[in-house]
Design a binder for this molecule. Structure first.
Ligand SMILES: NC(=O)c1ccc[n+]([C@@H]2O[C@H](COP(=O)([O-])OP(=O)(O)OC[C@H]3O[C@@H](n4cnc5c(N)ncnc54)[C@H](O)[C@@H]3O)[C@@H](O)[C@H]2O)c1
Length: 335
């Protein structure tokens, strides 16, 4: 099978490419990435000589490029996106362009040039918005709260519309918050680890009681793999591991693993539109595709902390003032 992975230089994309290449010796991968924020060619240092892997620097919004590559592949796993909610608050246009128009460009390429190709749209739990009590099933109403999740929800609706109108073989996955190696330092877990290693104050937005459900990135990769192999066209699959934890507790756990004092924690103003709790019901992928998480939260979090501790060469060039900012949504827009 020949698979086009988009955004393969980012956190989930690079873990997914590495995972797929190691598990399927008959697979060939093409990775298109524009090398934007979140991308890091160093994520592939160990795969430089892998003959089954081709990297193309390019933008999924470029129809000429996407049309050409679509003709060559059996499947597309669309992972590329602008991903940081905080940044989406200061520059929403970038999010609509990359996440919504980018997905639309891929759909058009498949419709016009290779209707046999399977599309896996990698989406997020954030499209459902927050919930205080229940866990969302796949048919829940989409109620995104910020420009990032709105741009992803818009992309999802295009994917479903293209399935229905043009019978595209398209499937959507919606996963909860990922953690693991190669995650860009602007996100909660790597930022906390890096700031703690540098003995810098660790920001907690608002009360710190906002709850996210955490999943180790390789469990997410395994779920995408199963959907790629056996997912039904036109279906949506929620992916969650059942680790609902308030942000403050995540930060405290990391400080404990690193043996750093709790008084590094500093409470800062809350982010606008900050959803209180995300929660998914992932019984469908568990019962229909036999997926379940393999990694325990405690062990995988400790392994992740140790990975950052031992791989300063990887994060040091990325750990800029902007990436580690205390309140990124208040930064001035530079473009
Ligand atoms: N990180 C999470 O917790 C999480 C959870 C659920 C879903 N997701 C989804 O998974 C995907 C990947 O997330 P991530 O955390 O790895 O993000 P990331 O920011 O680490 O990586 C995104 C990658 O996409 C690339 N990209 C962006 N726009 C592009 C374009 N127009 N053309 C080509 N490449 C482009 C970037 O250069 C980058 O390498 C996103 O679609 C996100 O919505 C992420």
């Amino acid at each position: 099978m020949k698979v086009l992975v988009t955004g393969g230089l980012g956190f989930i994309g690079s873990n997914f490419c590495r995972y797929l290449l190691s598990k399927h010796l008959d697979y060939k991968l093409i990775n298109i990435d524009k090398i934007g924020i979140g991308a890091n060619p160093a994520n592939f240092k160990d795969l430089e000589n892998e003959k089954r892997y081709t990297f193309i620097k390019g933008d999924i919004r470029n129809p000429k490029l996407v049309n050409k590559i679509i003709k060559e592949v059996d499947a597309v796993v669309n992972i590329a996106a602008e991903t940081h909610v905080d940044r989406s608050i200061i520059e929403p246009t970038t999010f609509i362009q990359n996440n919504t128009v980018g997905t639309f460009t891929i759909l058009e390429a498949i419709r016009k040039h290779n209707k046999e190709a399977k599309l896996i749209q990698v989406s997020t739990d954030e499209v459902y918005g927050e919930t205080t009590k229940d866990s969302f099933k796949e048919n829940a109403t989409l109620k995104p709260s910020n420009p990032y999740s709105a741009s992803k929800a818009a992309a999802d609706t295009f994917v479903m519309a293209y399935h229905k109108t043009y019978q595209l073989n398209a499937t959507i996955t919606r996963c909860t918050n990922n953690y693991g190696p190669y995650q860009f330092p602007e996100k909660l877990i790597p930022k906390t680890i890096i700031r703690a290693l540098k003995n810098l104050p660790i920001p907690i937005y608002g009360s710190g009681k906002n709850i996210r459900d955490w999943i180790y990135v390789l469990d997410h990769c395994n779920a995408i793999e199963l959907v790629l192999e056996r997912g039904e066209p036109g279906e949506i699959y929620n992916i969650s591991a059942g680790n609902e934890i308030p942000n403050i507790e995540i930060v405290e756990k990391i400080l404990q693993i690193l043996k750093k004092p709790k008084d590094l924690i500093t409470f800062v103003e809350d982010r606008p539109g900050h959803d209180l709790r995300y929660s998914l019901d992932s019984s469908k992928i568990r019962s229909e595709l036999g997926w379940k998480p393999k990694f325990s939260f405690e062990d995988a979090l400790e392994a992740t902390v140790n990975w950052y501790k031992n791989n300063e060469w990887w994060w040091k060039p990325l750990a800029t003032k902007e990436a580690l900012h205390l309140t990124p949504w208040k930064m001035r827009v530079t473009s």
